[in-house]
Write a protein that binds this ligand. Sequence first.
Ligand SMILES: Nc1ncnc2c1ncn2[C@@H]1O[C@H](COP(=O)(O)OP(=O)(O)OP(=O)(O)O)[C@@H](O)[C@H]1O
Ligand SMILES: [Mg+2]
Length: 209
Amino acid sequence: MSAGLFITFEGPEGAGKSTQVRALTAHLAALGVPHTLTREPGGTPFGTRVRDVLLDPTLQIDPLPEFLLYSASRAQLVTDVIRPALARGEVVICDRYFDSSLAYQGGGRGLSSELLRRITHEATGGLTPHLTFLLDLDPSVGLGRVAARGQPDRLERADLDFHTRVRARFLDLAAAEPARFEVLDATRPQEALSAHITARVDARLPARP
Ligand SMILES: Nc1ncnc2c1ncn2[C@@H]1O[C@H](COP(=O)(O)OP(=O)(O)OP(=O)(O)O)[C@@H](O)[C@H]1O
Ligand SMILES: [Mg+2]
């Protein structure tokens, strides 16, 4: 697997992305499979600063500059973290990637898909995940889960209609690329989801001695 394996987790707020990323990372670590874990926005010192801006609930940010900030973080992450890890032959696990922009800034904010895809292609050099797990969940359930965490961030404060459009766009994206996406019912128990995910990933790992 000299080209590595690039896996992303997508879905609305509170769907369980980070929970499943942690479970998969632990599984790969137990198997001794070299892997890199990262997230969006963030994952680099620059991206972490951008993340703070994007999630700041005191800021009003228009859709285009919001998308450009996500793309800026993404471009740095691809260059500094994801491509080098893939070149080393590692499994790269990313908690959100460009599908989140297509869903949030496209479905949610209403930016055109053509614009989003053009800039995304520039930012990533066309780097597309091999496998994307979409944790699908009714947004009211997901927002209820994250409400328990305390102060909502800027995105969590958006209205339910926004999050409903985001969910719908994620499902459209998955339907358009069934070979890349796997849609999972995020109301299932965490352990059932992680068992399913690890089995899928194991099937994509190279044979081991
Ligand atoms: N399958 C599940 N069933 C019920 N609760 C879950 C499940 N998976 C995760 N949770 C809980 O839901 C909450 C949100 O989980 P998590 O942080 O993994 O979601 P997320 O998709 O990463 O959220 P965010 O979009 O805010 O990053 C946590 O309290 C977690 O314990
Ligand atoms: Mg998370």
